[in-house]
Design a protein around this ligand. Structure first.
Ligand code: DGJ
Length: 755
């Protein structure tokens, strides 16, 4: 396992526990991609590729007079541009002479112990295990433009990371117009693309489409990884499903504009290129300067999506999330937002906190509206001092009082934004992104602070740090509530304006590094109007991210289902909110809302004073149940058991890594008459072990009072029966059958414990 080099054949093989990745320098010095897939016992895979003379696929100059050598059909590790590979390029350049061409030839390689880092950017880090780095150096003989391809190999995690470093060793200045982090060619195979699209309050819905003979771009140009498209895609064989088939994941560790492009070419080969979105990007490289791309986490599974997801969950939890809270038990929180929005004062907050404490909540979070002059979302952003008209007792006293109740205290911030109606904007209008001669675009009536300016970052850091130091603040929710437009920085010359979008993101990373470094004991939760910046780069700074502003349990299932393909449960912020739901008006049982929120870091977002006594009792028991099953929920392996919308219910399962415990969750999403029974085959259990099953639900007596309730006696018997024991083999091969559940959006949790 690890990196093997066949010096004679110039073959580089990267092996993980279950995958192999191979490339070779050919006779003309090009770096060919040979293979990525299941392990092949170290075989030389070059035999798979045969070169032909293909009409209308021109030959590079160095191949002359051979007509059967064309980069337009040869699988490559990272392409050049502007010459005779007419497929999508990995890179775009404007050379000192104005030409657009680059062609990279092999120079040398280096193997380093440990995993490479990327200056100023988040990246997968090694965490106790053996990781290795392979660097392959290439350059364009015509210009001297150099390229370092970086490969990080994590054998035990079945992960390979890739990034590129472009170095200007030409005789002049080079403009980089596209800087792909990686590209990969599959010479053979018929593939589907899984991507995760959405919108505000409906993020990361999985979409599966065939890869066809055109270029498909999954991208964001919104200055954030975005609600609309996530920087994670899967390429899989046609028949692949949760448990079967070859599938390849590509996750960009980046929070800004990105693009993942796929193209099936004339001979049905598939190429994927992933990196920073080129449309909004130009980078001027002076002689001797280098540009570092963000990295992509690649992983392969021969056994379908579930295994691939587990590989991503593992690498994110162990090698991306750095917070000390990553593996610690996170507190059950109550967030004030949907309970009071902007209307609160210190007294109402204390009342809300007391109500939360009574329910068993551990952390009270004061959301938007506590600072500057902020009674709605039109003013105040940027003024990071306490609004004493609302918090009359002052923040330290409020926090002390809440702490005295036995609750931790957390606070909301939106550091990257400013309202025009704020002291900050009045003093520094030039700190907001704006293109001279144009009025700014407004989103939620706010502007974006220009994080490519160090003085802006200093102000934000100093002013918010002062607040964080002023009281015992143990949690911070870092929000971002609009997309980035008006990208410009007048401190940079005209021909460097294409750098600002990326410099803005680097500035945000710098700020996050300063905050998380200075306040290591604070639990940071990310947010961008819910899940508008739900990406691996952000998880490097925060171990959890508010997954969506949609707290309606029913659509939330699809959001969390899509999110789970790449990201672990422990990163998914999920809350129980009031019913009727504030986003959709839907009415659901409070139990169902909790079952769905236990697919995440679990908390509440409602006003406890508005709950009935019955609801309070139910919530108390939910919190106890969550705590009892915390380990399996947050640290277990996650299984999707249904494909969204295929049936009238959805189900998922969490199983402890030692397989001693499992939690099965089932929610009825469409109420049907005379429905077929719910039958589910469980996954991931130990076939040799017997498990005791316990049922939790709020299906109560009311349902049995419906006249002629069909199946009432069976349901009653199912709920009342105790001491059921089934073998893991039976539960996985035969499955479990649930009685017919009648009523709106009912839900059940079935826990299984090794006897
Ligand atoms: C958007 C977030 O997603 C909400 O949870 C809330 O914090 C609001 N912003 C506050 O403005």
């Amino acid at each position: 396992m690890g990196i093997t080099i066949n010096a004679e054949k110039k073959i580089f093989t990267l092996e993980t526990a279950h995958s192999a990745y191979q490339m070779q320098v050919d006779d003309r010095g090009f770096l060919r991609h040979l293979y990525y897939g299941s392990r092949v016992n170290g075989s030389d895979m070059s035999y798979m590729h045969i070169d032909y003379d293909r009409s209308f696929s021109a030959n590079p100059n160095c191949a002359y007079p051979v007509r059967g050598y064309s980069l337009d059909v040869i699988p490559q590790e990272y392409t050049g541009c502007g010459l005779c590979d007419f497929r999508i390029s990995s890179i775009g350049v404007i050379n000192p002479d104005g030409s657009f061409a680059a062609e990279f030839h092999y120079d040398s390689f280096e193997v380093r112990k440990g995993k490479y880092t990327i200056p100023g950017q988040p990246a997968v880090f090694e965490n106790g295990e053996e990781a290795e780095t392979l660097v392959i150096m290439l350059s364009d003989p015509a210009t001297g433009l150099s390229l370092e391809l970086l490969y990080g190999v994590f054998p035990e995690k079945d992960v390979i990371t890739r990034a590129a470093r472009i170095i200007n060793r030409t005789a002049g200045t080079v403009m980089i117009t596209k800087a792909g982090s990686m590209s990969l060619d599959f010479s053979y195979g018929d593939f589907d693309l899984l991507s995760f699209h959405g919108r505000h309050a409906m993020e990361r819905v999985m979409e599966r489409t065939p890869i066809v003979h055109n270029v498909t771009s999954i991208r964001s140009r919104r200055g954030q990884s975005s609600h609309q498209h996530n920087p994670f895609v899967i390429i899989c064989e046609k028949g692949a499903n949760e448990d079967y088939g070859n599938c390849y994941g590509f996750m960009l560790v980046y929070s800004g504009n990105f693009r993942a492009e796929t193209e099936k070419d004339q001979f049905d080969s598939t190429r994927i290129v992933m990196g920073i979105e080129p449309e909004s990007f130009r980078w001027k490289l002076e002689q001797g300067e280098a540009f570092d791309t963000p990295e992509v986490i690649l992983s392969f599974s021969a056994h379908g999506f579930t295994e691939l997801s587990h590989q991503y969950h593992r690498i994110i939890r162990h090698n991306i999330c750095r917070s000390k809270y990553n593996f610690a038990r996170r507190p059950v929180l109550l967030n004030s937002w949907e309970g009071s929005y902007f209307s609160f004062d210190d007294q109402s907050l204390l009342k809300m906190a007391a109500g939360a404490k009574e329910l068993g909540v551990e952390l009270f979070v004061l959301d938007d509206g506590w600072f500057g002059v902020r009674n709605d979302d039109n003013s105040g952003l940027g003024d990071w001092f306490v609004n004493e008209a609302k918090i009359r007792c002052g923040l330290p006293k409020l926090v002390d009082d809440i702490n005295a109740m036995g609750l931790k205290f957390g606070i909301w911030i939106e550091p990257e934004m400013v309202n025009e109606d704020s002291d900050l904007y009045r003093a520094h209008p030039d700190w907001a992104l704006n293109i001279p001669g144009r009025g700014p675009c407004r989103g939620r009536n706010q502007l974006v602070l220009n994080m490519s300016k160090p003085e802006v970052r200093d102000y934000v850091f100093d002013s918010i740090s002062k607040v964080l130091k002023s009281a015992n603040i143990e949690y911070v929710k870092w929000d971002v509530n609009r997309n980035v437009a008006d990208v410009y920085n007048e401190q940079f010359p005209v021909d460097r304006q294409g750098e600002i979008a990326h410099r803005h993101i680097l500035g945000i990373y710098d700020l996050l590094e300063r905050f998380t470094g200075t306040f290591p004991d604070i639990l940071f939760e990310g947010c961008s109007g819910g899940g508008g910046r739900f990406d691996a780069a952000m998880m490097y700074y925060y171990p959890q991210i508010w997954c969506s502003d949609d707290t309606d349990a029913i659509p939330r299932i699809a959001i969390q289902h899509g999110t789970s393909f790449g990201y672990p449960v422990s990163t998914i912020g999920a809350h129980v909110s009031a019913s009727p739901n504030h986003q959709t008006g839907r009415i659901t049982p409070v139990n169902t809302r909790a079952v769905v929120a236990m697919h995440g870091t679990f908390g509440y977002e409602l006003d406890p004073a508005k709950l009935t006594e019955e609801e309070k009792k139910e919530i108390r028991s939910q919190i106890l149940y969550f705590k009892e099953h915390y380990d399996v929920i947050q640290n277990g392996l996650y299984y999707r058991l249904t494909n969204i919308g295929e049936q009238y219910f959805e189900a998922w399962e969490q199983v402890s890594e030692d397989r001693s415990e499992a939690l099965l969750s089932v929610v009825i999403t469409v109420t049907q008459p005379n429905a077929r029974l719910i039958h589910i085959k469980m996954k991931g259990l130990d076939p040799e072990v017997d498990y005791r099953m316990d049922v939790r639900t709020d299906i109560d007596e009311k349902v049995f009072t419906i006249p002629d309730f069909p199946g009432g006696s069976q349901l009653k018997e199912f709920l009342q029966k105790e001491g059921r024991v089934y073998s893991g083999a039976a539960l996985m091969n035969g499955g479990i059958t649930l009685p017919w559940l009648m009523g709106n959006y009912l839900a059940m949790q079935l826990s299984f414990r090794k006897v």
